[in-house]
Design a protein around this ligand. Sequence first.
Ligand code: 13P
Length: 252
Amino acid sequence: MTTRPFVVGNWKMNGLRANLAEARAIDRGAARHPGVRVAIAPPFTLIAAMAEQAETMAIGGQDCHVAASGAYTGDVGAPMLADAGAVFTILGHSERRANHGESDALVRAKAEAALAAGLEVIVCVGETEAERDAGQAETVVCAQLDGSLPTGEGVPARVTVAYEPVWAIGTGRVPSVADVGAMHRAIRTRLLAIYGEDGAGIAILYGGSVNPGNAAELMAADEVGGALVGGASLTAENFLPIVLAAAGPPSE
Ligand code: 13P
């Protein structure tokens, strides 16, 4: 791992103001691991409050609209996320691709909108179980990368990729460390093809049923630059050991 590991909690549609205390506990714990970049993407309703309280963590969104503002009832524009204190947004999560019919082209347009608003982007990719069983996992993921990633001057420095096999999300099932490494190597090869040498610096996070018990071995797999954590990011008790695992063994 060449750059600082990045551990991101995706709170999905979880969290009320009462849970801000938990986020503060995570923030305090994160301060003890300056070698790890820790972030939470709470629901939109908590971004501003969490961003005001966080001293160490980065706060981000879970999605944004392609337009900055306008007649789009229920949607949130990237400048609004930035205005609320977000510094990044997750895009193309499989739950958005599946539940909201988001295409690669839409994910890319959203990424361009987020970058234009000054945000970093975490672009999610991942195969379904049927695609893996059919031997198509790498083909599917590479096509998602080709179609979803924004390009342009200065863009790679503000892009993170999250590999989240759909069948591993919320299921307690994880790919083998060898399979994670193989996919992350394939993603790195694709990033180099897309971005040239700038693709070498892009963090590739693993996501899908990461927990305190499996984080260390997943994080040690080839080309894994951190984790995108769902359920286990909701409490300091579960999330901080994952941050610790990303920090690696003590050097003394
Ligand atoms: P779980 O960690 O709950 O499996 O969720 C993973 C995920 O989708 C993070 O974006």
